[in-house]
Design a protein around this ligand. Structure first.
Ligand code: GLU
Length: 519
């Protein structure tokens, strides 16, 4: 293909961007980068009834966080603007008139009430070749009456005149030749005089044409509209520059049956939106990947593999590798199960791969939320000691307590409170305390305390050498009792590393306190 690849992501700002939309944008991005093409960001806001304030800004912020960059579009500029459809009225008017003039569309005066009445009267009513002459439109009323109504300012719509009985072919890169008979399509409304705006279908086709879009990569939910879009391209005489279609596989519920919904996120406890969203209408707040502690690269990697894989078993892919390996023709037709546990895994892999110095500020922030001011050095030390530990969590569906690896910085908190908060009370009923604080413990801890107090330095290795020698000589096992002193429970890192973190003074203080309390 000699033509420059141009693709677009064209959300309607009717709410927060759904995670499936993020995947669509990502695939468009990968395809554009791979072909040295352009990625356009277009806002499809012609349905004024469904617009939600803040949604457009939210979408822009989400891509900014994710690191998906557009070449043109709303907030990015470019030569094919404006990129917000509500600002393109004059353009669409011209194309609506073109279809009216060449008889490919007609004017309809049926009111919403009349249409509802018809739908109640006739089961599965479809406005099409078999019914249109029974409705109030320019075809049934004739030119004079139509003009009279228009002159009187009667609200109207413009409908596409679909010829029945034709097999319409959609050439889909993922699905092959998709054939639908035009008889099942209705005469779609393309324009509403009431808002002086086109509907999605017309605006979408006109803009894809004018913006020189070469490939339409979008979710499977748009496949039913594609035959209509093919017919529109033909009606305009644009069949030669019609974009190629690729309808991406649906994202399915974690259980695999049915389309992924916001309710699944609530039920299983995972976000379905990239960022936190405060819904202006309902007042409800929905969690976001960013606020849950996902790294943007992990989210992109996770999403990239929902519906496509490089075929070599490799799962961790940089954005550059994705661009290189991505293959639209290898996307699956079948829906992709939304395996959110795999999402945890990706985040963990990306967190572990980060240099400690980059994780440390995140740990500092996480601790600050717990009202603890830590230095970057302390945060780094904690991360290095604790990053490979497990945490317990409650499985949202079964309500059972399960274990998993640390996958988020926030997972650390229940594992690291004792670094900053000394045990105040000791629970003798606690299994670990009961088992490990025996009648010799106080004496053993006093001996250990004296060894530690006399050390020339307090780093973990100096401690280890001295304590190991003492342990070998005495044949004692002081570790768990020492853990009771410093942590109060059976958790935490290597004792020497912990003591080194706390410092000599605090270590001895905690030991003295525990000895006094437990006796
Ligand atoms: N505005 C549509 C949406 O909200 C765009 C569909 C398309 O890409 O053609 O997803």
């Amino acid at each position: 293909m000699s033509q420059k690849v141009r693709v677009r992501f064209a959300p309607s700002p009717t709410g927060p961007l759904h995670i499936g939309g993020v995947r669509t944008a990502l695939y468009n991005y990968l395809f554009a980068r791979q072909h040295g093409g352009d990625l356009i960001f277009r806002i499809e806001d012609t349905d004024s009834q469904r617009l939600v304030p803040g949604a457009e800004d939210y979408i822009i912020e989400a891509f900014d966080w994710l690191g998906i960059k557009f070449d043109e579009g709303v907030s990015f500029g470019g030569e094919h603007g404006p990129y917000r459809q509500s600002e393109r009225r004059d353009i669409y008017r011209k194309y609506v008139n073109q279809l009216l003039d060449n008889g490919r569309a007609y004017i309809a005066f049926d009111t919403p009430e009349e249409l509802d009445a018809k739908r109640n009267e006739v089961e599965n009513f479809q406005y099409d070749a078999s019914t249109r002459l029974g409705m109030r439109n320019s075809l049934s009323l004739g030119g004079e009456e139509t003009q009279r109504l228009l002159d009187a300012g009667t609200p109207y719509t413009v409908r596409f005149k679909i010829e029945p009985g034709e097999d319409v072919h959609v050439d889909d890169i993922i699905r092959g030749d998709v054939v639908i008979n035009s008889s099942i399509l209705d005469d779609k409304v393309l324009y509403k005089s009431a808002d002086d705006l086109p509907t999605y279908h017309l605006a979408n086709i006109v803009d894809d044409h004018l913006m020189e879009v070469t490939h339409v990569i979008r979710g499977e939910e748009w496949l039913p509209s594609a035959p209509l879009h093919v017919l529109l391209y033909r009606a305009f005489g644009w069949q030669d520059t019609m974009p190629r279609f690729a309808h991406l596989p649906l994202l399915l519920k974690p259980t695999g049956n049915g389309k992924l919904s916001k309710r699944d996120g609530d039920k299983f406890g995972f976000p379905v939106f990239p960022l936190l969203w405060n819904d202006p209408k309902s007042g409800t707040t929905s969690m976001g990947y960013r606020e849950q502690g996902y790294l943007p690269q992990a989210v992109l990697n996770f999403l990239a593999l929902l519906g496509w894989n490089p075929g070599d078993g490799k799962e961790i892919l940089t954005l550059e590798e994705m661009v290189e390996k991505f293959d639209l023709t290898k996307c699956s037709k079948a829906g992709a199960k939304f395996d959110f546990v795999k999402g945890w895994w990706f985040n963990r892999e990306y967190l572990l791969a980060l240099p400690t110095a980059e994780v440390a500020p995140m740990v500092v922030d996480m601790l600050r939320e717990q009202n603890i001011e830590a230095t970057a050095e302390q945060a780094a030390a904690i991360w290095d000691m604790m990053k490979t530990k497990n945490i317990e969590y409650t499985d949202a569906q079964s309500q059972q307590t399960k274990k998993r690896n640390i996958s988020f910085v926030s997972d650390l908190w229940p594992l690291c409170d004792f670094f900053f908060i000394a045990p105040q009370t000791f629970n003798r009923e606690d299994k670990f305390v009961r088992k490990n604080w025996t009648e010799n413990s106080a004496e053993e801890m006093r001996a250990l305390r004296d060894i530690l107090a006399a050390l020339p330095a307090f780093d973990a290795e100096t401690q280890r050498a001295a304590v190991d020698a003492w342990v070998a000589e005495k044949g004692c096992k002081p570790w768990n009792a020492w853990r009771v002193c410093l942590v109060g429970q059976g958790k935490g890192p290597d004792m020497h590393e912990l003591a080194a973190f706390l410092g000599r003074e605090e270590t001895l203080r905690r030991m003295d306190y525990a000895i006094a309390q437990l006796g």
